[in-house]
Design a protein around this ligand. Structure first.
Ligand code: CTP
Length: 414
C-alpha cells in the first residue's frame, strides 16, 4: 500500500474537519498523502492542520499565494494515483461534472486522469436537488466512485441524508479502489489480438422496479463482467462496460462506463453501443427475465396489500435474442453466459445455438470451487465445435484473462 499516492481534495463544508481524521487514517494505512483545499474549506480547517498531519505542503490556490511553498498544481495531479474529494460539496461536484476549473480543487480534478472517489456532504435539500442528482449521474457515468452521503445529524440542524460518510468508511472505499489499481500501463501492452478491438461488456444484475423504493433483483455481483472488462483493457481493447447496480469499482482505462438499472435500460444501452460500433459483445450480465408488469409510481403501502401479495410479472426483452440481432453486423462476435445447475454442457450448448452466440461461457454456481460473491469460480468455454476449455477453480480475474486468451487462439485458427 505504501506506494499508492492519494491526493486528498478538501472542499468547503463543515465536514472538512472530518477530512483531517481521514488524512490521518490514510497515512496510518500506508498511503502517501498530499492535500489541496478550496478557499472555502480553509475557513473550516487550516492548511496547517493538514500540513502537520501529512508532512507535505498543502495547495490552497492556483497562484501559489498564501501557501507555505510555491507549488506546481499540475504536478500534484501527475503525482497522484488516486484522488479523494472529501467533503465533496454540491458546488465542487457541479464543477467536476461541468469540467469547470476555477479553483485549485476543481483544476486538479480536471487535470487528474486517474480514479476519483468522492464523499459528498451537503444539506439534504441540496443533495436531493435535481441539479445535484444530475451531476452525480454524470460523474458516475465517467467512472467516479462515491461513498455516502449517509443519514444523520446535519449542521443545518436537521436529521436527514447529506452527512459525509465517516472517515473509516471513506478509507475502506479508498483501500478497495487502491487494490484495483494496476501499475502496468494498458497502452504499453504488446500488440496482440485484442489491441484496439471495440469490446462491449455487460455486467451485474438488473433491478426491476416494483415501486420507487422496491425492486426485484438477483444475486449477481458483477465480478465476472468487471474482471473481463479489466482483462480486456489490459489486453489493449477499447472497453465499454454497461453495468447493472453493483458495489464494484470500475477498472482503470475503460473507454466508457455506463451504469444502468433495469433490463430495459440495459437493452437500450446495448442497442446504442452496437450502433456506435463494436467488434465483440460479452453478455455477462444476469439480466432479469421478468419485470413487474405495472410498477407503481408511488410507494405501495402494506395496508393496500393485505395478508398476501402476488406480484404480476411480464417478460423482459431478451437482449441477446431480440436486441442484438437488430443492431448487429456480420463481423460482430457474440459471447453469452449460461448459469446452469443441471445438465450444464447440453443446456449451454443448446442456449448458444438458440441465441446465435459464437461462444458461451457456462458456469455452475453450485459446483465446488465456484459461486456467487466468492473470488474463485469455474467455467467452461464452448464454441461451435464444442468445448474449448474447461477451467479449474480459479480467481475470476485469472479466468477472465484466460477466456480472452482462449478466444483469441480460437479466432486465429478460424
Ligand atoms: N440474457 C439476455 N437477456 C435476457 C436474459 C439473458 O441477453 N433478458 C443473456 C445473458 O446475459 C446471458 C445469456 O442471455 O449471456 C443467458 O441466457 P439465458 O437463457 O437467460 O440463461 P439463464 O439466465 O441461465 O436462463 P434460464 O433461467 O432459462 O436457465
Amino acid at each position: 500500500m505504501a506506494s499508492v499516492r492519494v491526493l486528498l481534495l478538501v472542499s468547503g463544508g463543515i465536514a472538512a474537519y472530518k477530512a483531517c481524521f481521514l488524512a490521518r487514517l490514510l497515512m496510518q494505512t500506508g498511503f502517501s498523502v498530499r492535500v489541496a483545499m478550496t478557499e472555502a474549506s480553509t475557513r473550516f480547517v487550516t492548511p496547517l492542520t493538514f500540513q502537520a498531519l501529512t508532512g507535505q505542503p498543502v495547495a490552497t490556490d492556483l497562484w501559489g499565494e498564501g501557501q507555505s511553498e510555491a507549488l506546481d498544481h499540475i504536478e500534484y495531479a501527475r503525482w497522484a494515483d488516486l484522488a479523494i474529494v472529501a467533503p465533496a460539496t454540491a458546488n465542487t461536484m457541479a464543477k467536476a461534472a461541468g469540467g469547470i476549473a476555477d479553483d485549485i480543487v476543481s483544476t486538479l480534478l480536471l487535470a487528474f486522469p486517474g480514479p476519483v472517489l468522492m464523499a459528498p456532504a451537503m444539506n439534504d435539500n441540496m443533495w436531493q436537488h435535481a441539479a445535484t442528482q444530475a451531476n452525480l449521474k454524470i460523474l458516475h457515468s465517467r467512472g467516479v466512485a462515491t461513498v455516502g452521503p449517509g443519514e444523520g445529524w446535519l449542521a443545518c440542524g436537521t436529521v436527514s441524508q447529506g452527512r459525509m460518510s465517516e472517515p473509516e468508511d471513506i478509507l475502506a472505499a479508498a483501500v478497495e479502489m487502491a487494490a484495483g489499481l494496476d501499475s502496468s500501463e494498458p497502452d504499453k501492452m504488446p500488440e496482440g489480438f485484442w489491441t484496439g478491438k471495440r469490446v462491449l461488456i455487460t455486467a451485474g444484475p438488473t433491478h426491476e422496479p416494483i415501486d420507487p423504493v422496491r425492486y426485484v433483483a438477483n444475486r449477481s455481483s458483477g465480478a465476472m463482467g468487471f474482471a473481463l472488462a479489466a482483462a480486456a483493457v489490459q489486453a489493449g481493447a477499447k472497453v465499454h462496460l454497461v453495468a447493472g447496480p453493483t458495489s464494484l469499482v470500475a477498472p482503470r482505462g475503460l473507454e466508457r462506463l455506463e451504469p444502468v438499472q433495469s433490463a430495459d435500460d440495459m437493452a437500450g444501452a446495448v442497442a446504442s453501443a452496437l450502433e456506435a460500433g463494436a467488434d465483440w459483445i460479452f453478455m455477462a450480465a444476469a439480466v432479469a427475465d421478468y419485470t413487474p408488469a405495472e410498477p407503481a409510481s408511488g410507494k405501495i403501502k402494506k395496508e393496500a396489500l393485505g395478508d398476501q401479495w402476488s406480484l404480476q410479472m411480464k417478460p423482459n426483452p431478451d437482449i441477446l435474442a431480440q436486441v442484438v440481432p437488430n443492431h448487429s453486423h456480420p463481423d460482430l462476435k457474440i459471447v453469452g453466459f449460461a448459469l446452469e445447475t443441471d445438465d450444464m454442457m447440453q443446456r449451454a450448448a443448446a442456449k448458444r445455438r438458440a441465441k446465435n452466440m459464437n461462444y458461451i461461457v457456462a458456469n455452475n454456481p453450485t459446483a465446488e470451487g465456484a459461486g456467487f460473491g466468492v473470488v474463485n469460480h469455474q467455467v467452461t468455454l464452448m464454441g461451435e465445435a464444442g468445448v474449448i476449455w474447461q477451467s479449474e477453480s480459479a480467481p475470476k480475474g485469472q479466468l477472465a484473462s484466460e477466456i480472452l486468451k482462449r478466444l483469441a487462439d480460437t479466432e486465429k485458427e478460424i
